[in-house]
Design a protein around this ligand. Structure first.
Ligand SMILES: Nc1ncnc2c1ncn2[C@@H]1O[C@H](COP(=O)(O)OP(=O)(O)OP(=O)(O)O)[C@@H](O)[C@H]1O
Ligand SMILES: [Mg+2]
Length: 1008
């Protein structure tokens, strides 16, 4: 309904929502011709009375005529299409990379090639619009206004198109004359792209909708000719030179106002893309070809939408960002922004300003992300560890991902922040400990946790809510939601206050409560409380509700034609998009026949402003006069059913009902004209009522205008409180995550990790957070494992049978580090972890034939990144490196990697392999230890996997057992057994638990 309400704001005449449809009906006799796809059933809506345009002399343009704009001549060329079509065509020319949706009455329409191309994709019927003879017909397709979100989703989200929305504006008298009597002007008010969504219903509430600008340093004005390229990028430039090119990143979410910048390199761009997960990437159009190709290749590969933006926009200073920020960047902070960050930020903001076509925005001041502050999880690891999505489904937050497993947040904002924390864990000891302190505190106070969660559940998505106001969009409903959120915040502040006071009995001491105090100190409630008071004293919630019901039922009537069509041709989804009243009531009378209810429902309380109070008093007096007039007329003509009404299309009429009264008054028109009559009703006009009714309409008009004024004042007050409201919302988000992590720890028995600055990783009784849950759901138990890498045993070489749990072990340790640094408790009995700067994981094999990369090539590319980038603070897991080629080459490469990691990178490494010879080759590595998993075989041929790791090397893979379990035909298994027997004649001992065939319980280093 928001669209309808907004439209009323443009329409100057009777501002009651119901009148909006009347105006549209009257605007054109040929309205029906605009919507040929509706078919003949809709004719009832098209027969509005022809409007008469009256313009005062002083409103006519005076003096010499202004010259027409230069484009006018061009625009008028071609066939003389109807004005709406011409307006649409001009917009199609002007916004030539967009699909143009033109609002006509209660429909959005597509014309010309847009109709033929997108109509079928949107499952819309494409009709031919005919006008006068000699003018070619125009293909057109359309949908009712209330389905805008649904079609935007298909165009913007599914088809990655840019959509220009052209809205209707009532022409003022002067423009009306200029345009040859046109009631409406149509202007593009917004360009919607995947990265510039604001509050569309189809946006994922649990995920940020980021738009990301990428700006390489020093390449802005590089012409495309190779001669002028900088030396290092000329044809002989190496890939490493490209990789180390500095790149500025700036990204924002228009729906929340979040705004970030970061200085990075071209080489780490894939990881940044994966972490930020932008819906659209913008790039300057003046880059050297090699840089442009590299970046566009990465964007393509990630299946994101890439948009080019003029290079000149990357040159604004930070001070020029101020109008778009809720508070300017402090001049002391300005210096911290690198040139590339400033360029990226400028490009980003100018792009947004253009897409919003003048709509005001207020973003949060940009936060700088610095590499050393966060644990970097490169793109491959993010995917391999299934941090955000499972590799199979690829849906963010999908079942089986780490995010899904740990998510217990109860608010939208909390969910978005959680995604950020999990994909960009902190690398700062103090930040991590602050988060962990909060979780500890909440874990020990279940009652407090429950109290906070109860309040949080009642709050709205405050970040998105206030952002709507910052974009000038918030309406009365949003104000009510905001009011509730402020009340909730207030209530949470009280809960925190009580919890941190020494009065609270029994529970932990004040010291423990410090994290709560820190949060409660960040809440700023004084002004928001005053705002809440103002909202509740101004907005009449009951009136608002009644208003909605009315609007819905009026829209319902107005679009009953569309309903007809949908019933015969539409799908269930079409029907769901309808306003509730249509769904519930079905087709109703046409509006012109519907008598308009006399009850006034106002969205503001009378006391909202002195002007409003005065106007309502005047209206009450006029209402009294109407009652007196009613009594007087009833008595005069002797018809007790007489009532004084306003009927759309007829105006102010006296109305009688019942055969007796109709007969009785057939001659008594009291000097006025007769109106419509049926057997049971009759209307006629009375000049006293017409005068009084007109006066009442005037007052109603003024009340509406004053209500809009009060609404505007309230909006301004919200904007004035923007910073406080956003800060409060940020506190609630963090509190939500604190409670969520505490609930998770409680439920899953997670423990608080001890973080330090060492290079050690000590986990006792660790579990894989998602595999464990999966196994338990299937009634199986997960075997815990210890992992103590770092110090003397920096590299663990892990061998063992297929299905032995090697990969699970590798991943669980990486995930435990991620969780710990996100500030979450971990699935282990004890965890003491040195802070990790980067996590790398090389697991699984896949080819990327699209990018001309074979399986082994992909494996080597990923490995190259690790060997080049891992530092002594990094944590690396390598799973079966070298298996994509011949065993000899594979062993050689695997050993080389092991050697490099051990001697050069010197990072904590878990290295799983089936190349047992590596244990022998690496026996001189002083910081390497061997561990293995086992198979336990029974005398009857049965076996089971021993998932507990032990020191030593297990040279048996037991691959054939897995093959048999997988259903490989028995004949084939026997062939395999024969081959194995020839190549490895060692008989398999029927051992129970412990060293098996080829198993070596000792560390090869022991033989040194
Ligand atoms: N610690 C554990 N406790 C119980 N079950 C486990 C454990 N670790 C792994 N598993 C089970 O074993 C399965 C195989 O584990 P995983 O893939 O880690 O084996 P693997 O040793 O890497 O095998 P391969 O050598 O074939 O890659 C898992 O899907 C899980 O069901
Ligand atoms: Mg494995």
């Amino acid at each position: 309904m928001r669209n309808v309400v907004r439209c009323h704001q443009f329409l100057g005449s009777r501002t009651r929502p119901r009148q909006w449809s009347v105006i549209n009906l009257h605007c054109s006799n040929s309205w029906f011709q605009h919507h040929p796809w509706l078919g003949s059933r809709t004719a009832i809506l098209t027969r509005g009375a022809k409007s008469k345009t009256t313009v005062k002399l002083e409103d006519l343009p005076q003096g010499a005529l202004e010259p027409l704009p230069a484009t006018a001549e061009k625009e008028d060329q071609g066939p003389t299409y109807p004005t709406v079509v011409r307006q649409a065509r001009n917009n199609m020319r002007k916004f030539d990379n967009c699909v143009v949706l033109t609002r006509v009455g209660s429909f959005y329409e597509l014309y010309f090639e847009h109709a033929t191309e997108y109509g079928p994709l949107l499952s819309l019927k494409v009709a031919q619009k005919r006008s006068k003879a000699g003018v070619p017909s125009v293909p057109m397709a359309g949908f009712p206004f209330f389905q805008l979100d649904r079609f935007l989703k298909i165009l913007v989200q599914d088809l990655s198109k840019y959509v220009a929305i052209s809205e209707e504006f009532v022409n003022d008298p002067a423009n009306k004359v200029k345009s040859g009597g046109l009631m409406f002007d149509r202007r593009v008010t917004r360009i919607v792209t995947p990265g510039t969504l604001i509050d569309e219903k189809f946006m994922d509430p649990d995920e940020n909708n980021f738009l990301l600008a990428v700006q390489p340093l020093g390449s802005v004005h590089v012409p495309r000719t190779s001669d002028d390229q900088p030396e290092e990028l000329k044809s002989g430039a190496t890939e490493s030179a490209l990789n180390s090119l500095r790149v500025g990143l700036a990204w924002l979410d228009l729906s929340t106002g979040d705004f970030f910048t970061q200085s990075s390199t071209l080489g780490t761009l894939p990881s940044a893309f994966a972490r930020i997960g932008a819906k659209e990437v913008i790039l300057s159009d003046g880059l050297s070809q090699s840089v442009q190709q590299t970046i566009s290749g990465l964007v393509d590969h990630d299946r994101r939408l890439l948009t080019y933006h003029a290079a000149k926009y990357a040159e604004l200073p930070i001070s020029a960002w101020a109008p778009m920020l809720e508070s300017p960047v402090a001049s002391a902070d300005e210096a911290a922004f690198t040139t590339e960050e400033t360029s990226a930020g400028s490009m980003l903001l100018t792009y947004v300003v253009h897409k919003l076509q003048g709509l005001d925005i207020k973003l949060q001041p940009p936060q700088r992300r610095r590499d050393f502050e966060i644990m970097a999880i490169d793109k491959t690891s993010l995917r391999a560890l299934e941090v955000l999505a499972t590799s199979k489904e690829g849906i963010t937050g999908g079942k089986g991902s780490l995010l899904h497993t740990v998510r217990r947040t109860v608010t939208r904002g909390g969910s978005r922040l959680l995604k950020d924390w999990i994909s960009s864990p902190s690398a700062s000891l103090s930040v991590i400990n602050e988060r962990l302190d909060l979780v500890s505190m909440l874990l020990h106070d279940a009652e407090l946790r429950e109290e906070i969660c109860r309040d949080l559940r009642r709050s709205s998505d405050c970040q998105r809510l206030v952002q709507r106001f910052s974009l000038g969009r918030g309406d009365a409903d949003d104000l009510i939601s905001l009011l509730k959120t402020i009340e909730t915040t207030d209530s949470i502040a009280n809960v925190l206050e009580k919890a941190t006071s020494s009065q609270r009995p029994g529970k932990a001491g004040l010291e423990v409560r410090r994290p709560l105090r820190r949060l409660s100190c960040r809440l700023s409630l004084e002004n928001p409380r005053a705002l809440a008071l103002r909202i509740s004293s101004a907005i009449d919630e009951e009136g608002l509700l009644k208003n909605h019901r009315k609007e819905e039922s009026e829209s319902a009537r107005y679009i009953s034609a569309a309903h007809d069509v949908l019933h015969s041709e539409g799908s269930a989804a079409d029907f769901d998009d309808m306003p509730r009243a249509v769904r519930d009531n079905g087709v109703q009378q046409s509006l012109s026949e519907q008598e308009i209810d006399e009850e006034d429902d106002w969205i503001m309380r009378r006391s909202a402003s002195p002007v409003l109070q005065g106007l309502h008093d005047d209206l009450s007096k006029l209402r009294q006069q109407r009652e007196q007039l009613t009594v007087m007329l009833r008595n005069r003509i002797g018809a007790q059913s007489l009532s004084l009404r306003y009927v759309a299309g007829s105006g102010h009429v006296c109305h009688v009902r019942g055969a007796k009264d109709v007969r009785h008054t057939s001659k008594a028109t009291l000097g006025g004209r007769s109106g419509r009559s049926t057997k049971s009703t009759r209307t006629f006009y009375n000049s006293d009522w017409t005068d009084l009714g007109t006066k009442m309409d005037m007052i109603r008009f003024q009340i509406r205008a004053e209500e809009q004024q009060v609404l505007q004042e309230l909006r301004e007050q919200v904007v004035a409180n923007l910073v406080r409201l956003r800060r409060n919302a940020a506190v609630l988000d963090e509190l939500d995550i604190g409670c969520a992590f505490a609930n998770l720890a409680d439920e899953q028995g997670f423990t608080r990790p001890v973080l330090n600055e060492s290079r050690n990783h000590q986990i006792i009784g660790g579990r894989h957070p998602t595999v464990k849950i999966g196994l338990e759901e299937g009634g199986k138990a997960f075997v815990k494992n210890d992992c103590i890498v770092g110090g003397k045993e920096r590299v663990w070489l892990i061998t063992g049978p297929n299905m032995g749990g090697k990969s699970t072990f590798l991943r669980q340790n990486a995930l435990i580090s991620i969780l710990a640094q996100a500030g979450c408790f971990v699935p282990a009995e004890y965890a003491e972890l040195g802070i990790v700067d980067q996590i790398f994981s090389r697991v699984g094999s896949a080819d990327d034939l699209f990018r001309e990369q074979s399986t082994f090539m992909v494996e080597m590319l990923e490995t190259a990144v690790i060997l080049r980038q891992a530092t002594s603070r990094s944590f690396v897991i390598m799973d079966e490196i070298g298996r994509g080629t011949t065993p000899e080459d594979g062993v050689a490469m695997a050993f080389a990697c092991l050697h490099h990691l051990h001697h050069h990178n010197q990072c904590r490494t878990l290295f799983a392999t089936h190349f047992h010879v590596l244990a022998d080759l690496a026996k001189d590595f002083d910081r390497l230890a061997c561990y293995c998993a086992d198979v336990a075989e029974g005398t009857d041929g049965s076996f089971s996997y021993v998932h507990r790791l032990r020191r030593g090397v297990n040279r048996a893979s037991h691959a054939l057992k897995v093959a048999r379990l997988a259903g490989i035909p028995e004949v084939a298994i026997r062939v395999a057994e024969d081959v194995l027997a020839k190549h490895d004649p060692t008989p398999a001992p029927g051992c129970q638990i412990g060293p098996c065939r080829g198993s070596d319980s000792s560390d090869p280093k022991a033989a040194r």
